[in-house]
Design a binder for this molecule. Structure first.
Ligand code: UT7
Length: 324
């Protein structure tokens, strides 16, 4: 019997209308376009309007992915949504999007793996399809990270943005996702986190507001090292050589981290999709936004091999190697 693969049949994305450039940031925080661009590659980010939610962006991205795939929402068996900035504590943002799409009845849940959320969600949906339980899945990565930024803290506020991306995955005899890897190490929780919550409590004292805390330099070091071994492991799991890859579609946190991974794979930067300049770090939104940009701009073509990878709070790290 032929094996069942999960194939991406459509992609979509959505960004808030408002663009905030590094020059805009210079006006209210002690930073400079030069510092931000040299250290991170970021030029601008999109910021959600008041009242605009993660679910709104996810819904738009999902509609576009479904249209690209030619799939009706009512045909979906599964919705998995990666986010760390859900609209509500519950129901999950996946459920909110499901209702708006009119996909009522299928399984729908969120995955919180911080910046690795979309790649985790893709890995989960892949397993559902490979098991035969699911034929058509919608996988979304969506965030409104600017909702939990301290705009006075220059170490973090210049780094993040809002946005969403989505893919439709369908069961197919043709590849498809070859391999996915997922890892976490909660021992690193305090290097990148938002230390408040329902059960731990929402505290207001200084340094404990509802905002992202990051030890940037330490995160950087672990990210580079971890991604090095992750890409090796993924190639091995797929039985492939780096030379067989057409594109690297990395998490868009920092251009220097992306360049280090490309170098490790001996890939030229011409084979790397870079959107960090336009979107900044959109956490779970980052990889599917980059993928949709790559598809719609005509860079990524059917039949090409793509390596997707992400690293984020937890720490979590995950990858997927697939034929588009
Ligand atoms: O998505 C999840 C994963 N996240 C990441 O992968 C992020 C990983 N980390 C990074 O991308 C980088 O570490 C940062 C971009 C966050 C920081 O870059 P860095 O080269 O590691 O800079 P640094 O933290 O070592 O700071 C260097 C200097 C410091 O000043 P001193 O101590 O050298 O005088 C900072 O105070 O830059 C200063 N600085 C700034 N200056 C202007 C920090 N933030 C800013 C800023 N504007 N926004």
């Amino acid at each position: 019997m032929a094996s069942t693969y999960a194939r991406i049949t459509g992609t979509g994305s959505a960004l808030p209308e408002r663009v905030m450039t590094n020059f805009d940031l210079e006006k209210f925080v002690e930073t400079s376009d030069e510092w931000i661009h040299t250290r991170t590659g970021i030029r601008q980010r999109h910021v959600a309007a008041e009242g605009e939610t993660t679910g709104d962006l996810a819904f738009l991205a999902a509609e576009r992915a479904l249209a690209a795939a030619g799939v009706q929402a009512s045909e979906l068996d599964l919705i998995v949504l990666g986010t760390t900035t859900p609209d509500l504590i519950f129901p999950s943002t996946a459920c909110l999007v499901q209702a708006r799409l009119g996909a009522n009845g299928c399984a729908a849940f969120d995955v919180n793996a911080a910046c690795s959320g979309f790649v985790y969600a893709l890995g989960v949906a892949d397993k559902f399809i490979r098991s035969g339980q699911t034929k058509k899945a919608l996988v979304i990565g969506a965030e409104t990270l600017t909702r939990m930024i301290d705009w006075k803290e220059r170490e973090t506020c210049v780094l993040f943005g809002d946005g969403a991306g989505a893919v439709v995955l369908e069961a197919s005899d043709e590849p498809g996702i070859y391999a996915t890897c997922m890892h976490a190490d909660g021992g690193y929780k305090e290097l990148l986190w938002n230390p408040v919550g329902v059960s731990a409590g929402f505290r207001d004292e200084p340094n404990h507001g509802v905002c992202i805390k990051m030890a940037g330099r330490e995160v950087f070091k672990v990210a580079v090292k971890t991604l090095d071994s992750l890409v090796e492991q993924t190639l091995q799991a797929a039985g492939m050589q780096a030379s067989q890859l057409d594109w690297l579609i990395p998490h868009q946190a920092n251009l220097r981290i992306i360049e280090a991974t490309a170098k490790r794979l001996d890939m030229s930067m011409d084979q790397v999709i870079v959107t960090v300049d336009k979107h900044a770090n959109t956490s779970s939104g980052s990889v599917p936004l980059a993928l949709d940009y790559a598809v719609r701009s005509g860079k990524v073509q059917r039949g090409q091999n793509l390596l997707l990878e992400a690293f984020g709070g937890g720490f979590t790290w995950a990858s997927a190697l697939l034929r588009y």
